[in-house]
Design a protein around this ligand. Structure first.
Ligand code: VG1
Ligand code: CO
Length: 580
């Protein structure tokens, strides 16, 4: 093939967000749009590092992925990349990409240098919905801000990109290697099985035999919903073929370009079918719900954990996994190095860290901040309130890992009970956890697609307001006299303890005397307008008061948050779009 230099002009809107660049498909299909971003990434990595590299290119299979993969292959060839690895049909979950970068050995003993992950995660897909792309580094984790800032700077000044126009499209549907010769020598595209590296890694972490025993008990019933995302490509292999679950326990496990028209976000609003099956829907189902249910998002890095008629908040989930990991999961049997959560995630994990005297870190929203801690051996388990949980086995959050972690805990607690008449349930595990550690009532309100100017004004108002605690407390007392005082407020700033880099303006926090917290921040993953997130949390230590409904328990704080932020005045919204 030949290398062509193509003239191009910058687009002004290619700033990567919390997790890469996400836009409507109609934006991505503009001539040169994807090309500019890919070249800007190569330039940020430097030509020296790109030349000879082995890059993984795959994603959640959403609409436009197949075209994007061919474009990236041709641009990689022209930029001197040595090898491209593609999961069969372009499918690899985000955690599987991370695992492939870290673990896979290809032909000629090659190892990957990095990856382009093609996903907009939990955002809907299809010609009228979202597409996305992000770059992951050699450690398997998302590019740090130093690199994403450089990519953005490059997109603003880009003048040309390189492409091998005459390279034929590569068949990514069948496994095998296709080789080409370019000006700098050989260029290979290797298509491989999407699941095998990841399955191997999971088998090295968990005790599959004990989970298998649990799943084969007639008293234990199981259900997994992939919401037509890429998790389907792993669920059958792991849950059915390896662990012996019935095929009928898999819902929506065929990956689709448009996720079947749905919103592939595993929460109580969007995972409707699973929610109904688990007995949490509006109308009670006729059949007895399964003991355990779980769902994933489009790229399978998120998870939702449910028990029979019972919802586990993600903040509780990571705390419970951390509290039980050493006993229940072989990978952690030597102990935990430390734990970490994102700032808006509830403090349930903090209490566990204290109890076990573990190193503990609070980082900004987004998985990229956990990677440095893990690389430095400071953190084993971490999580976010946004249905993200994971560990240092890779450098992304991992939806199926979280399900296997829960199944491991259930298997461990039921080790001697499988023959008896009652199993320890998900609900039992969570309520016992609350009894020991106290409960963090928690909810998140999302105001999606708000006018961007209005959202900025609301943030500016809250930034100014937090500087005067007396003003804040005056407003609060005027709304609810039964809510405690704010004792500290700030804009969250994080200094990475490993490389010293500082991330500022990561959300506004109001911290109350009784441990309650109100947090406001703008989403960095949306593709239209602005999304305001409001996080509300209240700690209850008294075991006789941990059984309330969270919406009831949090009602006073919600009222305070809405008045304090003038939410309705700024946004015109009297209710959030989604409550989780
Ligand atoms: C959201 C979540 C954040 C998560 C990010 C990527 O970001 O709040 O916790 O890390 O999505 O998850 P934001 O900036 O919109 O609040 V995923 O599954 O979209 O890669
Ligand atoms: Co995701």
């Amino acid at each position: 093939f030949k290398v062509s230099r193509k003239e191009t002009t910058p687009f002004g809107d290619q700033k990567p967000g919390t997790s890469g660049l996400r836009k409507k498909v109609k934006v991505f299909v503009q001539p040169n749009y994807l090309h500019n971003f890919v070249q800007a990434t190569f330039n940020a990595l430097t030509a020296e590092k790109v030349r000879g590299a082995t890059l993984v290119v795959s994603g959640d299979g959403r609409y436009f992925s197949k075209d994007a993969i061919q474009i990236i292959i041709k641009m990689s060839a022209a930029n001197g990349v040595r090898r491209i690895w593609v999961g069969q049909n372009g499918l690899l979950s985000t955690p599987a990409v991370s695992a492939v970068i870290r673990e896979r050995v290809g032909i000629d003993e090659s190892k990957a240098t990095g990856a382009f992950i093609l996903t907009a995660s939990h955002n809907p897909g299809g010609p009228h919905e979202d597409f996305g792309i992000k770059y992951n580094m050699e450690n398997g984790g998302p590019a740090p801000e130093g690199i994403t800032d450089k990519i953005y700077e490059n997109t603003k000044t880009i003048k040309e990109y390189l492409i091998a126009e005459d390279l034929p499209d590569v068949d990514i549907s069948s496994i095998g290697v296709t080789s080409f010769t370019g000006p700098e020598g050989q260029f290979d595209v290797e298509v491989f099985d999407s699941a095998s590296d990841y399955v191997k890694l999971m088998k090295s972490i968990f005790d599959f035999d004990s989970i298998k025993k649990l799943l084969s008990s007639p008293k234990f019933t199981f259900c997994y919903d992939a919401l037509h995302g890429v998790a389907g490509a792993y669920a059958k292999r792991i849950f059915v073929e390896e662990l012996g679950a019935q095929e009928s326990s898999l819902l929506n496990c065929v990956p689709k370009e448009d996720f079947g028209g749905g919103h592939p976000d595993p929460n109580l609003t969007y995972a409707k079918e699973l929610v109904a099956r688990m007995g949490l829907g509006k109308s009670e189902s006729q059949v007895e719900p399964p003991e355990f249910g779980a769902a994933a998002d489009g790229d399978a890095d998120r998870n939702m954990i449910l028990g029979k008629r019972f919802f586990v908040t993600p903040s509780d989930s990571v705390a419970i996994i951390a509290a039980n990991a050493v006993e229940a999961i072989p990978y952690f049997s030597a102990g935990l190095k430390g734990v970490a959560r994102s700032m808006p995630t509830s403090a349930a994990l903090d209490v566990v860290a204290k109890h076990f005297n573990l190193k503990f870190f609070e980082v900004p929203t987004g998985w990229k901040f956990f990677g440095n801690l893990m690389d430095a051996g400071l953190c084993s388990i971490c999580g976010e309130e946004s249905f993200g949980t994971g560990s240092d086995h890779i450098r992304e959050k991992d939806g199926i890992w979280a399900v296997l972690a829960w199944l491991s805990i259930l298997a461990h607690k039921n080790k001697d009970k499988l023959g008896g008449d009652k199993l320890v349930t998900v609900e039992d595990i969570v309520t016992q956890h609350w009894a020991t550690y106290g409960r963090h009532y928690y909810t998140r309100y999302d105001y999606e697609n708000v006018d961007a100017g209005a959202a900025k004004e609301l943030v500016a108002y809250l930034v100014k307001l937090q500087s005067s605690l007396s003003e804040v407390n005056k407003i609060i007392k005027g709304v609810r006299s039964d809510v405690s005082n704010v004792v500290h407020a700030d804009e969250f700033e994080y200094k990475d303890p490993v490389d010293g880099s500082v991330s500022s303006h990561q959300g506004i926090r109001y911290l109350f005397e009784d441990g309650s917290r109100l947090i406001f921040r703008l989403s960095g993953t949306g593709s239209e307008g602005a999304t305001i997130r409001l996080y509300i949390e209240q700690y209850e230590k008294d075991p006789s008061k941990t059984g309330r409904s969270s919406q009831d328990a949090l009602a006073p704080l919600v009222e305070v948050a809405l008045k304090l932020s003038k939410m309705k005045e700024f946004t015109g919204r009297s209710a959030p779009t989604v409550i989780t």
